[in-house]
Write a new protein. Structure first.
Length: 91
């Protein structure tokens, strides 16, 4: 599935912040159509899988905070749910 404008902005923000070895963003919005928090245009539920050196030595909570901080410019009324897998290389 091709990312829309919100997903593409998410990708740019994460690439700029972390220069990741691996970055995969999945728009899961279609799985939540009609649910509370689902935006009519989609792009409300995402999964992020990212591998970057910046996460080395960081706890799970620290990694999630880092990703959320990097995505602070995203419109909060659009992104209802974000599942994050953030790992350091070799994990």
């Amino acid at each position: 599935m091709t990312l829309g404008p919100v997903g593409r902005k998410m990708e740019k923000l994460l690439r700029d912040a972390f220069a990741p070895e691996t970055l995969r963003i999945i728009d899961d919005s279609h799985k939540h159509a009609g649910h509370a928090g689902a935006h009519p245009e989609g792009e409300s539920h995402f999964t992020v899988n990212i591998v970057a050196a910046a996460f080395a030595g960081k706890s799970l909570i620290e990694r999630h905070r880092m990703v959320n901080d990097a995505l602070a410019d995203l419109p909060r009324e659009r992104v209802h749910a974000l599942s994050i897998s953030a790992k350091a290389p070799g994990e």
